[in-house]
Design a protein around this ligand. Sequence first.
Ligand SMILES: Cc1cc2nc3c(=O)[nH]c(=O)nc-3n(C[C@H](O)[C@H](O)[C@H](O)COP(=O)(O)OP(=O)(O)OC[C@H]3O[C@@H](n4cnc5c(N)ncnc54)[C@H](O)[C@@H]3O)c2cc1C
Ligand code: FES
Length: 1288
Amino acid sequence: MVVSFCCCCCFYVKIVEKNADPEEMLLAYLRRKVINKCDFIIFNPCFSHWSVTACLQPICSLHGAAVVTVEGIGSTKTKLHPVQRIAKAHGSQCGFCTPGMVMSMYTLLRNNPQPTTEDIRETLGGNLCRCTGYRPIIDGFKTFCNTLISCQNGDRNGKCCMENSNSHNNESDISGELFSMDNVLPLDPTQDLIFPPELLIMGKKKAERLCFQGEKVRWISPADLKDLIKLKAEYSNAPLLVGNTTIGPKMNLKGTVHPLVLYGGSIPELRTIKWRNNGVTVGAGCSLSVLKDVLLQGIEELGPEKSRVYQALVQTLQCLASKQIRNMATIGGNILSANPKYDLSSILAAAECTLHIVSNGNANIFGIYLYIISHNFLFAILFFLIANPCALQWEFVSAFRQAQRREFSFSIVNSGMRVTFRHDSNVVENLDIFYGGVGPTLVKARHTCKELMGRKWDEKLLVVGTQLLEEEIYVPPTAPGGQEEYRKALVLSFFFKFYMQEVGMNDLPLEYLSALKPFKNEVPQSSNDPVGRPNVHQAALQQATGEAVYYDDIPSVKGELFVSMVTSTRAHAKIISIDASMALAMSGVVTFISAKDVPGQNRRLWFNNPEELFAEEEVICVGQIIGAIVAETREQAKRAAEQVDITYEDIQPVFFTIEEAIEHQSFFDPKRKLERGNLEEGFEKADHILEGELYMGGQEHFYMETQGLIAIPKGEAGELELYVASQHAAYTQEVVGITLGIDSNKITCHVKRLGGGFGGKVMKIASLSAIAATAAYKTGRAVRCVLEREDDMLITSGRSPFLGKYKVGYLNDGTILAADITYYSNGGCTLDESSFIMEKALLHMDNGYKIPNLRGHGLVCKTYLPSYTAFRGFGGPQGLTIIESVLHEVAARCGLPAHQVRDINMYKDEKCYTHHKQLFSPHDMVRCWNECLEKSDYTHRCLSIKQFNAHNHWKKRGISIVPLKFGIGFSKGFYNQGAALVNIYKDGSVLISHGGTEMGQGINTKAIQIASRILKVPMSSIHIKETCTGNVPNAAPSAASFGTDAVGMAVKDGCEKLMRRLEPLIKKHPQFTWQQLVTYCQKISLSATGFFMGPHTSVDWEKSDGNAYYYFTFGACCSEVEIDCLTGDHKNIRTDIVMDVGRSINPALDVGQVEGGFVQGIGLYTIEELQFSPEGVLLTRGPSRYKIPALCDIPPQLNVHLLRNADNPHAIYSSKGIGEPPVFFGCTLFFAIKEAIAAARRERGLSESFPFSSPATAEKIRMACEDCFTRMNPPDRKVKTKPWAINV
Ligand SMILES: Cc1cc2nc3c(=O)[nH]c(=O)nc-3n(C[C@H](O)[C@H](O)[C@H](O)COP(=O)(O)OP(=O)(O)OC[C@H]3O[C@@H](n4cnc5c(N)ncnc54)[C@H](O)[C@@H]3O)c2cc1C
Ligand code: FES
C-alpha cells in the first residue's frame, strides 16, 4: 500500500506499508508511526480535498491517497499557514479542538479560496469545541470571506465603532477590536501543497486487487466492479465496506469483528452519476457530500417546482451528521445499514426512488421500502440508486426530522411523505407516508394512506388521518431510546406539518405559516466591547499548528505498558470472585492488578472522606473500578479487560434517584442550613403562598481530552514521575504517595496543559494516577493510562443533578417576603466534593435578591450511581437557578413580567448583607442589570415578541433576563493561596513556574503579562514550561475562578522581590539594559518564590454567618428564543451579556471565558441530557448519545459587553475571576423557553404554570406545548412498563 503523508511542513513523505492492518484506523496509525498527534486530516485521492474523521478512516482504504495533517500545513518553526490565524483571533483556548478546526477550514479553502459564511458554518458544523463558544473561531475564519467584519456598535455602513470617533465614549482604556488583521498572512493558493506526481502516475495505471491480512481481519480491495461481484458471490457474508461510518463505530465501540471485509471505495462505477430524463442515478459509493452537490445542481437546473424531491433531500442532508462524516458516508451504506435512525430511507422511499441491486451476478430493481423490509443485505451489492425525483405538477414531497440537536445528531423520528393530487383538484390520488425511528425498521403508514386516498385534502382528512396514524403507528414503550410519547407526538405533528404545507399558503390561517419554516442555522455575530490588552493566548500558535503537547502526545517510554480499567456492571453487589485467568492468557497481557496489589493504602482521602481505589468487597455503582489489566498495547489491555470475569451477589437496597434517596432517608453528612430573618413572620404577612419544585439534570464535563497520565518509575529510591492531566497536581502527588507508601518528595507530577478540565480533573484523576502508579510499581515499567470517551463518562461522572423544593410567600406586587428552599443533590455513591458543592448552592441561593426571610437546607443524597464531582460553577448554577425559578413562578402567578418581579426584589442599597451576613455593594450588579436591559433593547423586544406570538400559532418566542452575583474564591479559606517561582537567567530570559494549571483559561498568558509589567521585559522573553510539584509544592487546585487571582498575585510577589533585589543596581546604573543588569549582578540571587496569602474566608454554619467569598463577580444576561410547538425544536435568537470583570487583565481571554462558560450553560440548560437505565447504567456515553452545543446552537447574535469603569480593590490589578459565573447565564434560555411555552399554553387556554425541568430538551418542550396531538395518548391508555431511562 502506498500513501503520501504530509505531517511536517511542506513536503510529502511516501510511505509503503506492506503489512497494513485492516483494523487500524488512520488516527491510531498516525499516532504510532508518523507523528505523535493528529486530530483531523484531509486526503486527496482525485484532486479534491476532503476532511475526514481520522478515527474512522481505515488505513487500508488510503492506497494512492495523499494525507495532510495539521503539522503539514504550517509551523511556528518555519512558516505559518494563513488558516492558522485562528490563534490570533483567540479561537484557541485549551487548543485540543484547534487542529481539527484548522484542518476543516484548510480543506474548505483548498476547495474554495473565497468561501461564504454559510460555507464556513457548514464546514465547522461537526467540529466540537468545549471551551470557546465558537464565536472567536468563526470571527477568525470569517476574515477569509469577502465580507467585512464590523462590531455591532458600528454604523450602518458596516464600519467598526473604532473607526467612528463618536460612536463610543472616549474612555482611555479602549484598545480596539479583540484582534486586528495587521500582519496576518494573506491566503495564497499557489503556496499550497500539490498532489504528489508519483501518486498521480500510479492512479493512471490499471488497478489491481489488493489484500491485507491483519491479526483478525482480512481486507480485499477488488480490482474493479467485476472482481467485486465475483468476490461478493464467493464471500457472501463479508460486508462491503465503503465509508466505514457504520461498520467502524460498531468495530470500535462494540468490538464487532468481520473476519473478511471487501472494500468498495475504490470502484469507480460505484461512484458514477448519470443524469436521465426522469431524474438522476447516483452510484451507491457516492458520498453524501457528493450527493448533496448533485442535488443542488439539480435544483438549479430544474427550478423550484420540479425539484421538490431534491429540495427535501438537501434539507435532510444539511442536518445529517457533520461535513467530515458526510465526506466519508455513502448513500449505499446509509440505505443498506437499514438503521431506522438514519434519515435517507424514509424520504427516498416516499419519493419512490428505486435501487439497482446486483446479487450473485443477477441485477434487479427494487423499491426502497420493500427491499429494506424483506432482504438480507449481506448478499447484495447496491450498485445504483435510481432516483425518480422530477416531481409531477400535482406531486408534493417533504422530509421531516427532529433530533436532540439540530445538526450532527441522529434523528429521534424522521419521515418522508408524498402526496399526488388528481389533476387540478385537492383530491388525493396517491399518498405515501414513511417513518424512521418508531420501530426496528422503516415503517410505512400503509393503512392510513390507503384510507385517505380519494379524499379531499381538507380539515376532515386531517382529523381522520391523525386518528388513523395514532392507531396505526405504535411506538413500544420498551423501544430503544424511550421517549415513546414524544415520538408518537412527532408522528402526528409531522403529518400536520405536511398537511399544512400542501394546503397551500393562501388557504392557511396567517398565524400558521411560520410553522412551515424550518429554523435556519446561522453563524454567530458579536459586538465585543473590550478594555485592556487582548493579548493572544500564549500557546495559541502551537495549538493551531499541532505542536502543542498534551499528556498522550508524549512519546512512548522504553518498555511502556498500558493500563485498562475493569469496572463493575452491578450497582450494589458483593464481589464473590474475580477471575482474570482468561485475560492473563491473552497475547500481550502482563498482569492484572486489584486492591491486593496496592502497596500502601487502597483509598483516596478527601477531607476525611475515603473512597476506595479498587472496590474490595462490595461494589456501590456501575462503573466502579474493581481491577485493571496491564498489557503491552492499549488494544490488548482493552480487550483483555473485557475478559475479566467477576461474580457478584446483588445486595439490597439499590436506588438511583433523588426521590428514592429521600424515601430511604439516604443522605451524606454534613447536612447544611442557612437562614436569615423569620420565616414564619414572612409567610404570615404574605398575600400568597406558593409551593413548587425544580429539577435540574446533571452534566458531563466532555472535555475534549479525556483523563489520563503516564507514570514512569525512575528505578531509584522509589522515585516516580507522572505526566498527568490534573487540575490539582499536588493532590495527585499526595494520593499517589499514600497509595504506594512513598513520601511526596519522591513523586513528581508534571502538567504541561489540559485539553479542558472544567472541574472534572481534580479528584478522579488522582485515583487513576494512583492505579497507574500501582501498575508501574508492580511491573517496574512505565505505564500509560488513557480513558476512552465512553469509560471516561462512565467512571469519572460530572455535575450532580439537583432538586429544589420550595415554599414562598409573596405580595401581590411580586415582592417576596419569605422563601424556604430545600436543595437535594444526587451525590452518587461517595461524597467526593458534593458537600462543598451543596454549600456553594446554599451560599448562592439569594443571587441578587434581598429576600428578608430566607432559609435553605442542603442535603446530599447517597445513591448507587457513580460519584458526582466538581464542574464549573460548583453548585453555584444550581443554587442560583432554583431561586430564579421561584422568581419566575411568582411573576407568573402575579401576572407580572418576570423582569419586573426580579427588579423589585433586587439588592439595591449601597451596602448590603447576603443571607450569610457578608457585606457587599450591589452597585455594579445593578449597573450590569440596567445596561443589559438597555443594550438588549429589552422593553422594545418584549413588545415585538408579544406581536410575534399573537401572529404565530405554532411558533412562539420568549425572552428572559437575569442578574448575577457570584462568589469568587474558596469558601474553605486555606485554599485561597497561590505560589510561584520566578527565575531569571543570565541571558535575560525569565522562567516562571506556578501552582496553577493551564487548561485553556489563559492563566499562563495572564501570568506572563503580569511578570512582563513588573520586570519590564517583553512577554516574548518570559516562558512558562509546565506546572510541576517539584518546582512549586503544595499548590491549591486551579478552581473556584480563583486561579489568576492566586497565581497572578504570587507571580507579582516573586517578580517584585526580584526587582527589589535589582533596585540598588538600577539606581546605580540607570543606563543599564536588562541584559546588563542580570549578567552583571552575579551575586544577586535571580530566583525568587512568590506567595499570595489570600483572604480568610469561612462560614459558621450554625450561625449562618461568615465571609464565604473574597469578593463577588456581577453580571446580567438576556436571551431570546423561538420554539416550534409541533416538534419541540428551539432556536436561540439573541443573547446579550453585560459582565463585570473589574479591570480586565486580558479582555480577549475574559470574553472567551464568558462566551465559553455561557455556551456550556446552553448545554446544561437545554440539550445535554444524561440518561440512566433503571439498573443504574449510564446510557448516554459518547458523542453520538450525549450532545454538547455545536455551532448550530450558538445564538446568531451573541453580544458580550464588559462593564466599564468597574473596579475591584481585592484582586490583582483590580481584575475579577470569571471562569465559573457565566455558566449560569444559560438559564436565560431555559426561562425564555418557558415563557414561549407559556405563550402557547395561554393561547390554548391552558395554565401558564406547568411542571418543567432542566434541561429544556425538544421532548420536554413539545410535551409541555400540550395540544390535540399530545392528548391523543391519554394517561389512562398508557401501558405501564419498565421505562427506558430514569431521571436521577
Ligand atoms: C457520527 C455519525 C453521525 C451520523 N449521523 C447520521 C444522521 O444524522 N443521519 C443519518 O441518516 N445517518 C447518520 N450517520 C450514518 C451514516 O450516514 C452512515 O453510516 C453512512 O451513510 C453509511 O455509509 P458507509 O459508506 O460509511 O457505510 P459502511 O460503514 O462502509 O457500511 C455500512 C453497511 O452498508 C453496507 N454497504 C455499504 N455500501 C454498500 C453497497 N454498495 N452495497 C451493499 N452494501 C453496502 C455494508 O456492507 C455495511 O453493512 C452518521 C454516522 C456517524 C458516524
Ligand atoms: S479550545 Fe476548543 S475544546 Fe478547548
